[in-house]
Design a protein around this ligand. Structure first.
Ligand SMILES: NC(=O)c1ccc[n+]([C@@H]2O[C@H](COP(=O)([O-])OP(=O)(O)OC[C@H]3O[C@@H](n4cnc5c(N)ncnc54)[C@H](OP(=O)(O)O)[C@@H]3O)[C@@H](O)[C@H]2O)c1
Length: 283
């Protein structure tokens, strides 16, 4: 992975830091990465741990600095105040990449002008361990080479998909953006169920956590098997797993429409509620 000119990261917190660590592990020289980070603790940790160059503000960047990419990784609430400082870079030489949840491309176009090439991406928290799922959307100014650069940089922390319709990012937010929290909640539900089935609290908590971790890893390593196949592989007719799944699925676990049932309906409502909230926050 290479960049012709420096990469600038605005906001070196959790996500910005995780992405930069991923880039460096994929061969981008730390010397090519500049960060604007006003938090002194984060700034010194980035310089020490990653070896990147850190400035406290946009005004402290070197004279004649012209990055190939500017990645905005600050909180959505401060984005409108932060972006205008980077207006001098708006032009064909630079692509702007935003990872801020719920912040539309239109906000960046308003701040940076119509000439600005902008990519908006919705990542999720497993990006911090290199296993994220991101969906990106580009405006009309983004060239093929700039889209490839963004794709390569995002791939450093997980899988990346592209959509042309920015509106789809609300549904993406409801599924993969908020999804890790649904899975963590499943661990809580399994732990409670174990306690109510008579297990000591520590054992129930430990088994619930290990089960979700292990099942996730098994799914990850079984790239050619569908979830349906993996589920059927551990569900003997008339057995214990079938008895449990009958409750979740509202009937025969071997039915033709496995995602329809009590749990399927709950999850569909859950994703729809999160997508609706994403739309409300964007208004
Ligand atoms: N965390 C996630 O899992 C996740 C998932 C999906 C998307 N995102 C998106 O990623 C973005 C960053 O989230 P995060 O969790 O990494 O937040 P974070 O850890 O708070 O990092 C943001 C960093 O930006 C710094 N900052 C504040 N004002 C700045 C300015 N004017 N210029 C440059 N840096 C500034 C903050 O410093 P202070 O600490 O001093 O404020 C902080 O170090 C958000 O927009 C969020 O929506 C995050």
């Amino acid at each position: 992975m290479t960049a012709a000119r420096p990469l600038l990261v605005v906001g070196g917190g959790k996500m910005g830091g995780a992405l930069m660590a991923g880039w460096i592990s994929r061969g981008i020289p730390a010397a090519d990465i500049f960060v604007v980070e006003p938090n002194p603790d984060n700034a010194s940790a980035l310089a020490r741990d990653l070896g990147v160059t850190v400035a406290a503000a946009a005004d402290d960047l070197p004279p004649d600095f012209l990055p190939e990419l500017v990645m905005f990784a600050v909180k959505p609430q401060v984005m409108a105040d932060v972006v205008p400082a980077y207006l001098p870079f708006a032009g064909p030489a630079t692509v702007f990449l935003s990872i801020a949840a719920g912040t539309p491309i239109a906000l960046f176009e308003d701040c940076l002008g119509e000439v600005a090439a902008i990519v908006r991406v919705m990542p999720n928290t497993p990006a911090a361990v290199g296993r994220g799922a991101s969906v990106a959307c580009a405006n009309a100014r983004v060239t093929d080479a700039q889209q490839k650069l963004c794709h390569d940089l995002l791939t450093a922390v997980g899988q990346v998909h592209w959509v042309e319709d920015e509106d789809l990012l609300h549904a993406v937010t409801g599924l993969s953006g908020s999804g890790p929290a649904y899975v963590f909640h499943l661990v809580e539900c399994l732990a409670r169920a174990g306690r109510e089935a008579g297990l000591p609290e520590d054992l129930a908590n430990s088994l619930a956590r290990a089960t979700v971790e292990g099942a996730g890893e098994l799914l990850h390593r079984s790239a050619t098997d569908t979830p349906d196949t993996l589920r059927r592989n551990v569900t003997s007719p008339g057995g214990t797993t079938a008895a449990g799944l009958t409750v979740l699925m509202g009937g025969d676990p071997n039915k033709d429409d496995p995602a329809h049932g009590p749990l399927g309906d709950l999850v569909t409502g859950c994703v729809a509620a999160a997508a609706k909230r994403s739309r409300e926050l964007a208004e």
